[in-house]
Every structure is written in structure tokens, then in C-alpha cells.
Design a protein around this ligand. Structure first.
Ligand SMILES: [Fe+2]
Length: 138
């Protein structure tokens, strides 16, 4: 893949990670019911880790000679979230992240350092995905 395309892919992942972190925050503060006790800290930890991924991806953009750009479209309603909704949403986020890094791995073919980064992220996001999937009740 050409460098501009790789930079665009990285910037898209940067925005996805920031957006996911914001959504994790919002879920953490709006979660209701008994699940609030079990899931709030879990969601806040996911927020911190996701925001950290965003920072690392932004640094990858800089390493490639680009400038991180954020195109965010996040609007979150003032509604409480159930535990089941939060877990389903977390599964969707983690799956999205795993796929985004798998795409990056493909796009980075030949760039060994970027391939290794993408591969490590795929492994990490796969662990997160498995973790939240185990919390699904159905
Ligand atoms: Fe994750």
C-alpha cells in the first residue's frame, strides 16, 4: 500500500479509537441497575486502554511523517444504558478494533515494523473481544 493510504488508514483507526473511548466513558457513566457495580470500572478501564491505543496510533502517524487528524462525529443521548446493552456495545467495539488492525496488517505488507504493531494489536483486541463475549448472557 502507498504511504498516503497507510496514513489515511492510521488516521481512521485513530478516530475510531478516540470515538470508542468516548463511548466507553459515556456507557460507564450511564450504566444502570446492578450491573453498574460490576461493569462501571470495567468500562472505565476499557476507556483508558482505548484512549492509550489512540495515542500510540497517533504516534505511528507522526513516525510516518504525517500529522494526526481527528474527524469525529459523536452524539450520545442522555439515556441510561442497561448492562446487556453495554456488553453488546463493547463486543461490537472490540470486534471493530480487531478488524481495523487486521486491515492495517494487510495494508502494511512489507513494512515490518508496522506489520508487527498491527499484529500485536490484533492479538490484544482479540483478547478484549473474547473477554467481553464471555460476559454476554445469551
Ligand atoms: Fe480493545
Amino acid at each position: 500500500m502507498e504511504k498516503p493510504d497507510l496514513l489515511r488508514t492510521l488516521n481512521e483507526i485513530y478516530a475510531e479509537e478516540v470515538e470508542a473511548a468516548i463511548r466507553y466513558l459515556h456507557m460507564a457513566v450511564t450504566i444502570k441497575g446492578m450491573y453498574r457495580l460490576a461493569l462501571r470500572d470495567e468500562l472505565l478501564e476499557a476507556m483508558r486502554e482505548t484512549m492509550d491505543h489512540a495515542r500510540v496510533v497517533a504516534e505511528k502517524v507522526l513516525e510516518m511523517g504525517g500529522v494526526p487528524a481527528l474527524d469525529l462525529k459523536v452524539q450520545l443521548p442522555g439515556e441510561m444504558t442497561t448492562g446487556a446493552e453495554a456488553v453488546r456495545t463493547a463486543v461490537a467495539f472490540e470486534q471493530g478494533a480487531q478488524e481495523a488492525y487486521a486491515d492495517l496488517l494487510e495494508a502494511a505488507a512489507g513494512d515490518v515494523a508496522m506489520e508487527e504493531f498491527a499484529r500485536a494489536q490484533v492479538a490484544l483486541e482479540s483478547e478484549h473481544l473474547a473477554h467481553f463475549r464471555l460476559l454476554l448472557e445469551e
